[in-house]
Design a protein around this ligand. Structure first.
Ligand code: A3P
Length: 295
């Protein structure tokens, strides 16, 4: 009998010192020749920071608020994920081949691994940052349900790995800071998940201005409503439920899990919180970035 190789949960693979999901590390070779188009728009985030949310908002803007058109395909096809690769699914580079201009692109890569042409062509970037405590809690649940990751281990050990930058995509601290620094020399709209929760309409208007588009007020209101957590959670074109269970198991934890700010309080112990705060102060010393931990 032939042995079926178990493709799930391989260990992370380091590329230029950055740990990545093994399959994504393998996708970087073909990405080196990536050619950016001047009207591309790159959505960049550290994982679990609101990527899918801002992607859905942008597709709705690009489709002029035509909700039917936004049902044409799952979000990972409408907004190709550059470094994506997983057994049995088209890679990000393959998905790109069928994507017409103007393209929306997604990445979680740190700057050291980003295809150079995106920087050379001065492609506009929308970066979304989310507070580290909610990110690490969301990431812990995501590691469990998305089986391309290694086993997350206990919550306590996962928290340690996150603080040490030993989770996929490496250090959150470096990611949020280096993309912030880039915004001084490159067209980057730097957004915060917490601001989007507080006033999505205000943030959508910032996005519209940045991408040089305008929409009638009632369409903007519709976009706010259709991209609410409640709506996106039940939308199969936005909630990742079309991905095979061997890759993402929503019975373990839904991709659209809670969608709130401050969930970390239900997970961090007092001791973990104190340790995290002290480490955070060291890692973010001198940074102008400030995050809200509750609304
Ligand atoms: P939680 O796990 O805290 O619920 P990403 O798309 O970058 O992977 O981020 C996923 C996180 O964003 C998840 O956080 C998910 O629930 C949340 N999210 C997705 N869509 C959202 C929306 N419309 N409003 C608020 N949060 C959303």
């Amino acid at each position: 009998m032939e042995l079926v190789q178990d493709t799930s949960r391989p260990p992370l693979k380091y590329v230029k010192g950055i740990p990545l999901i093994k399959y994504f590390a393998e996708a970087l070779g073909p990405l080196e020749n990536f050619q950016a188009w001047p009207d591309d728009l790159l959505i960049s985030t550290y994982p679990k920071s609101g990527t899918t949310w801002v992607s859905e908002i942008l597709d709705m803007i690009y489709q002029g608020g035509d909700m039917k058109k936004c049902q044409r395909a799952p979000i990972f096809i409408r907004v190709p994920f550059l470094e994506f690769k997983a057994p049995g699914l088209p890679t990000g580079v393959e998905t790109l081949k069928d994507t017409p201009a103007p393209r929306l692109l997604k990445t979680h890569l740190p700057l050291a691994l980003i295809p150079q042409d995106l920087l050379d062509q001065k492609v506009k970037v929308i970066y979304v940052a989310r507070n580290a405590k909610d990110v690490v809690v969301s990431y812990y649940h995501f590691y469990q349900m998305a089986k391309v990751h290694p086993e997350p281990g206990t919550w306590d050990s996962f928290l340690e790995k996150f603080m040490a930058g030993e989770v996929s995509y490496g250090s959150w601290y470096q990611h949020v800071q280096e993309w912030w620094e880039l915004s001084h020399t490159h067209p980057v709209l730097y957004l915060f998940y917490e601001d989007m929760k507080e006033d999505p309409k205000r943030e959508i208007k910032k996005i519209l201005k940045f991408v040089g588009r305008s929409l009638p007020e009632d369409i903007i209101d519709q976009i706010v409503q259709r991209t609410s957590f409640k709506e996106m959670k039940k939308n199969p074109m936005a909630n990742y439920s079309t991905v095979p269970t061997e890759i993402m198991d929503h019975d373990i934890s839904a991709f659209m899990r809670k969608g709130i700010t401050g969930d970390w309080k239900t997970t961090f112990t007092v001791a973990q919180n104190e340790r995290f705060d002290a480490h955070y102060a060291e890692k973010m010393a001198g940074s102008k970035l400030s995050f809200r931990l509750q609304l």
